[in-house]
Design a protein. Structure first.
Length: 238
């Protein structure tokens, strides 16, 4: 089982909209890209490992945010996993964030792996690097064999795990109705090599983008842990 040492460790509802870089009951939420005056509202569950997210009035559909536990360690090599539960957002984009680095204000860097939403191609998964409101596509993988068999996309919940070690970024994602795949199973994930500019210490966390006003999204079983310098063959993710 993966370590839960640095999973979200505080419970309680957020009474205010999550503000860039502010601490809210154990969460630090930051903008990856802004769109309009509002940010998402975050509510932590009593288990300390679940979060519900709401897009209030005034939220732009191109808003993207990352969040993490306030006490998570800053490391070079780490892993994050979460389960994507119900959402009423037609273009909700769930994912995982790695190497989150906040420098104050809107200056945030992060490596994010997320579900594709363009043209409804949810069987495609992308790795994107965000830096100070701009972004760069770093890699993509088509997992249609597992996520679009016969033209039918499996229903949520899905689970994603992503890990970064040096220049190696690896991820896997699967519907929770089936067994967890191995890291190297090409039907459920891939590995890419990062440019050196994306190798820096940061903090692991989670990602969500493209909620529209009134939309909600649920996340469960959030966990993060530190990894050794070299990739491991271990498949113990959840």
């Amino acid at each position: 089982m993966e370590s839960d040492t640095n999973s979200l460790g505080h419970s309680g509802a957020l009474a205010e909209t999550a503000i860039d870089g502010q601490h809210r009951n154990g969460l630090v939420a930051s903008l990856a890209t802004g769109d309009g005056p509002q940010s998402y509202e975050f509510n932590e569950g009593p288990d300390g490992r679940s979060v519900s997210v709401h897009a209030p009035d005034g939220t732009g559909r191109n808003l993207r945010m990352v969040w993490r536990a306030s006490n998570v360690a800053r490391t070079l090599n780490h892993q994050a996993c979460d389960t994507w539960g119900t959402t009423n957002g037609p273009i909700a984009q769930q994912g995982v964030a790695l190497r989150i680095a906040e420098a104050g204000g809107s200056c945030v860097r992060a490596l994010c792996v997320m579900k594709n939403i363009w043209n409804g191609g949810n069987w495609i998964f992308n790795a994107i690097g965000f830096s100070n409101g701009s972004f760069e596509v770093l890699g993509t993988v088509d997992l249609a064999e597992a996520f679009d068999p016969g033209g039918i996309i499996p229903s949520l919940p899905w689970r994603m795990c992503a890990r970064v070690q040096g220049t190696s970024l690896q991820w896997k994602v699967w519907p929770t109705a089936r067994a967890q795949p191995m890291w190297e199973d090409p039907k459920f994930g891939t590995t890419i090599t990062l440019p050196s500019v994306w190798v820096y210490p940061g903090r692991p966390g989670f990602y969500l983008g493209h909620l529209e006003m009134g939309d909600d999204a649920a996340f469960a079983d959030e966990s993060v842990n530190t990894l050794p310098a070299a990739p491991s063959n271990s498949d113990n993710c959840v």
